[in-house]
Design a protein around this ligand. Structure first.
Ligand code: HEM
Length: 422
């Protein structure tokens, strides 16, 4: 679970403090009909920020216990929630997502007892394999010759499978089509089973994912994507555009419970994951003057601080205006477009990776493997629809992959993965 007392890395950007209360107030004001810029006083914002005295401490990297061999410290696979979402605090530098198709998935609501039993056994088997993979036995069983290091595995089920069990379950709803999604090939959209592996050793990340996938009877890999992350602290690292990313996210047990973990029902402790493979025109973006890049994002490039003032981990002030009445955080900036106060949604935990699959016909197939977690799919959907409408960043973005998965609740030796599937 989250290490609320971890200290930030001294050389890395400051992780963000919580902003829930401030956001709640702002959201409340907007819900009451007081739109941004229409009279919410700076005094209210200032006092609400000052009230935020129960902020969990910022996340830092998990460095305690790093073996002298250079092998990264292990991360527990068991727990109330799966690994790879909020632990380790600092996402590992390499990741691989495998989206698999399962055979004979019934129509929505039509899963019979045999399908349910098969699915539960599949998940329980995956859970047992993950325990083996992340234990001292991993060298013998899966060929991780130097041990598991910080390898983590996260398992999710796609909407087809969840809907077959019960169309009312979290995760049963597919993603709607967003602007530009007609460019997403069917071969890189959706999937019934997600196996996501992360770690410091890129070979083991590959080996572990495929070792697990091969053991799933009759499953085929529909699509896969490797990703890598720049060095960072907590969720904050520079993204392929060179900007600090992952600054404003829920942190600490309290905010994760409020925004990320499904609170009740059979899937309590799970989460809704959205994956978007977003090709970025980094050449065009880099050719823009820095001031323009910063206006597109809404934060400074060198340290991630908001254009509206404050430090690297501070929230943007959507109401701040220049002396001539313009918003300091531009109207079409990405952070304004994505801000939960304006989308009316919860916070999402963004934990993305960069990808680079080379150049084909002169076009670089590289960008951001956007990965986020929330307790309700609407958080992502409402945000993405708003980005489609107003975000200046979309000019540089082409969606090339898209999927959502219900991340199963955590498991342990006594509680098999998928035990609560109905
Ligand atoms: C094209 C790829 C994208 C890039 C390069 C990108 C980059 C950034 C950057 C640099 C920030 C500011 C720092 C931070 O708070 O992390 C940010 C904030 C944010 N982004 Fe993105 N982003 C992308 C796509 C998306 C998508 C697809 C969503 C969700 C639909 C999203 C949601 C958010 C949210 C919620 C924030 C925080 C806004 C706030 O409350 O201040 N981003 N993004």
């Amino acid at each position: 679970m989250m290490d609320d007392d971890a200290t930030p890395h001294p050389t890395a950007p400051n992780p963000a403090p919580t902003g829930t209360r401030r956001r709640d107030l702002l959201r409340g004001a907007i819900a009451a009909g007081i739109g941004a810029g229409a009279g919410l006083s700076a005094g209210l914002l200032a006092s609400s920020a000052a009230e935020d005295d129960d902020a969990p401490h910022a996340s830092g990297p998990d460095t305690s216990g790093t073996p002298a061999t250079g092998r990264a410290a292990s991360v527990a696979a068991d727990g109330d929630q799966q690994a790879g979402i909020a632990r380790p605090d600092t996402p590992q530098p390499h990741g691989l997502l495998l989206a698999l198709d399962l055979p004979d998935v019934p129509e929505p609501g039509a899963a019979d007892a045999a399908f349910r039993d098969r699915l539960r056994e599949l998940c329980a088997g995956l859970g047992r394999s993950i325990m083996t993979l992340t234990s001292a036995d991993s060298a013998d069983t899966a060929g991780l010759l130097d041990g598991p290091g910080d390898l983590t595995v996260t398992v999710g089920l796609g909407p087809r499978v969840m809907a077959a069990l019960d169309p009312q379950l979290p995760g049963a709803e597919p993603l709607p089509a967003f602007a530009g999604d007609d460019a997403v090939p069917a071969t890189r959209a959706g999937g019934d089973l997600l196996i996501a592996t992360y770690g410091s050793d890129p070979n083991d990340v590959h080996r572990a994912a495929h070792w697990l996938a091969e053991a799933v009877p009759d499953a085929t890999v529909r699509w896969s994507q490797r990703g890598f992350r720049a060095p960072g602290s907590g969720t904050v690292a520079r993204n392929p555009l060179g900007f600090h990313d992952g600054v404003i996210v829920p942190r600490g047990d309290h905010e994760l419970a409020e925004h990320v973990w499904i609170p009740d029902g059979p899937m309590a402790g799970g989460s809704i994951c959205v994956v978007r493979r977003l090709r970025l025109d980094t050449t065009a973006f880099a050719a823009e003057p820095v001031e323009h890049q910063e206006a597109v994002i809404g934060r400074h490039r060198h340290d991630g601080s908001p254009l509206s003032g404050g430090g690297p981990s501070d929230e943007v002030d959507l109401l701040a205006k220049t002396p001539d009445g313009q918003y300091v955080t531009p109207v079409r900036s990405h952070v304004r477009a994505a801000h939960p106060a304006l989308t009316g949604s919860h916070l999402m935990l963004r934990r993305g990776y960069a990808f680079d699959d080379g150049v084909t016909d002169g076009t670089a197939d590289a960008g951001l493997l956007f990965i986020c977690f929330q307790r309700d799919l609407r958080t992502f959907v409402q945000t993405q629809f708003r980005l489609d409408e107003t975000d200046a960043l979309t000019e540089y973005v082409t969606p090339t992959g898209s999927a959502t998965f219900l991340i199963l609740p955590g498991f342990s030796a006594d509680r098999p993965l998928g035990a609560t599937l109905p």
